[in-house]
Design a protein around this ligand. Structure first.
Ligand code: LHQ
Length: 287
């Protein structure tokens, strides 16, 4: 199913339309479809490199709420339409005219970006990101907030914030130094230079860089595989890894014990062990 503005549209119906006709779903800035346990979210404002505005934030929020509450969704796949992944905040309405009072940006961050990143990190299901093109500003931070990031070879990551006098946000200053170390994080943040996907993979910013033509299939394959996995266990893995940077070894050992206790009560653990001993493939239900 494809959803636009919260309304479901049949994918088949959308595909049957003659060229040139646009449905509400096709013109929606966020496309959402669910198939084989994977919720695919496509940022869909290609003429603006999928720069984010309040409407897109609302639709993203609704999609992630659905991913959270719908047990049939066991993995989210986030990507962008066109030649960009996401150019961050839409700057078209952000010009501060001479003499006008400056807008308090913390309102935008508190209302839209921080809740989005918090929701992504708290989602107890894996989020795969297929970075199909440039990821700039908050667009780069949102990609890094996903769990497994695949990038097309021609894609790039730009900490564009300093170019307009801003500070990396949406978790940028949290994720960057943890992923690539302070020296590289500082260079990226201060200089705002494009980092190509191959370097991003080499630096450990992303999981893998793949050929442009392979990105769609590779990311879909990965998402489908995760959607057949032990979802409950995946959610606990996210919790453990996210807690790790702020914990002492002792605290992390305690947390691992508690999460393992929970994992050990899952149906998927029972199935995993049974399948291993019977030398067959496990059939996980996510419970
Ligand atoms: C855009 C944008 C864009 C509008 C490309 N907005 N139109 C949080 C809280 C509150 C406020 C502020 O921000 C934040 C967080 C942030 O995200 S701050 C950072 C905002 N993002 C940027 O500063 C990135 C701005 N974009 C760029 O630097 C370049 O467009 C990149 C490097 C992404 C891509 O460069 P090119 O491949 O050369 O493409 P282009 O620049 O020609 O862009 C294509 C079109 O997309 C163009 O429109 P046009 O009508 O001229 O064809 C751009 O104006 C538009 N576009 N980013 N953020």
């Amino acid at each position: 199913m494809v959803y636009a503005f919260g309304l479901p549209f049949e994918t088949a119906r959308e595909e049957k339309l003659p060229t040139g006709r646009r449905t509400a779903a096709m013109s929606s800035p966020i496309l959402v479809s669910v198939e084989a346990g994977v919720q695919r979210i496509t940022l869909n404002r290609p003429d603006k490199l999928n720069a984010l505005n309040p409407e897109m934030h609302g639709l993203l929020r609704a999609a992630l709420a659905q991913a959270d509450s719908d047990a049939s969704i066991r993995c989210v796949l986030l990507t962008g339409a066109g030649r960009g992944f996401c150019a961050g905040q839409d700057l078209s309405e952000r010009e501060v005219k001479a003499g006008a009072a400056p807008i308090d940006l913390s309102d935008t961050i508190s209302t839209y970006y921080n809740p989005l990143v918090r929701r992504m990190r708290a989602l107890p299901k894996p989020i795969v990101c297929a970075v199909n093109g440039v990821a700039a500003g908050a667009g780069a931070s949102i990609a890094l907030a996903c769990d497994l990031v695949l990038a097309a070879r021609s894609a790039s990551f730009v900490q564009a914030f300093a170019k307009i006098g801003l500070v990396p946000d949406s978790g940028g200053t949290y994720f960057l130094p943890r992923l690539v170390g302070r020296a590289r994080a500082m260079g990226l943040a201060l200089l705002g230079e494009k980092l190509g996907a191959e370097d991003a993979e080499r630096w450990g910013l992303v999981w893998k860089c793949v050929d442009d033509g392979a990105l769609a299939e590779e990311s879909a394959r990965l998402a489908r595989a995760l959607a057949c996995g032990p979802t409950k266990g995946y959610g606990l893995i996210k919790r453990a890894l996210d807690a790790s940077p702020g914990n002492t070894l002792d605290a992390q050992l305690e947390l691992e014990r508690d999460l393992q206790r929970e994992a050990g009560f899952s149906e998927d653990y029972r199935e995993g062990v049974a399948a291993f001993l019977a030398k067959r493939r496990p059939e996980f239900t996510g419970r």
